[in-house]
Design a protein around this ligand. Sequence first.
Ligand code: NAD
Length: 305
Amino acid sequence: TARVIDGKATASRVLEWVTARASELERAGTRPGIAVVIVGDDPASKVYVASKARAAEACGFHSITHRLPDATAQADLLALVGQLNGDPAIHGILVQLPLPGQLDASRVIGAISPEKDIDGFHALNAGRLWSGGGSDAFVPCTPAGAMLLIEQVHGRELAGLEAVVVGRSNIVGKPMAALLLAANATVAVAHSRTRDLREVCRRADILVAAVGRPRLIEGDWIKPGATVIDVGINRVEAPELGDGRTKLVGDVDYAAAVDVAGAATPVPGGVGPMTIAMLMANTLASAARSVGLATPRFAAGANVL
Ligand code: NAD
């Protein structure tokens, strides 16, 4: 059976490391600061924003949350972003997505200073990632976290390995492909229009699923011994837990995958906890850079499972 890739434990190691570096930085006169902006009251977004603020405080960061009403005008949101861009106590700005319909998310993200874009969604950071301008790019947190989990199995060098990413979103699939490519894997990106997804997946030494379809990827889609990284988070009914109960599952049929794969991430407890940890690491990096220090980098290490 597959080795379980423990995202929760890895995320804790990252957060401990961030906390230690943050306190060194604060002693040298710079306390990392993060601003989280939430517009409206989408329940899932509220939960995410609260846990980001909690993590920031646990790391010793200065943290503020701006809660704006659902009917906020674009100009008002842009004005707040502009104010945060100019605030020297803030090193990372995060606008929680999705935004209400009257707001243009790409314009809002484009207004965030690329130097404070800890989500890595600004076009300049996406461009830096794809053009190898690596050290200054903010890398989107979920794929960055997935790479640390892959590093624990394979190390940082993926030459000779075939990687398949299922999903091509700007938030997960595309940056994931860029990171795998930068690590010298041979990369294919599959998506909703891919023909014979099963055959494409079966080629993968490293299979990353970022789709949002519960248990789309079946056991016989997985190459024996492959590393399977499941980014999907799907809420499904769980009658076995009692009437009306639900639970979270990934895009991979985990119970089937563990019989075939060499290593696999569970859901929950795999990629999920890594996202917030990497967000904190990006904020730390931004604070260090703001005073001219080199970007601190966490190394997961190979074969530590
Ligand atoms: P998205 O909806 O933006 O993109 C989904 C992608 O899957 C699309 O590119 C689409 O082409 C592809 N797709 C859809 N149906 C398909 C099919 N039947 N076969 C093959 N490809 C198909 O989603 P996203 O934002 O990239 O998120 C994907 C999943 O990852 C979701 O379950 C989301 O909840 C989860 N997610 C988790 C984290 C985290 O762990 N912290 C962060 C972001 C997203």
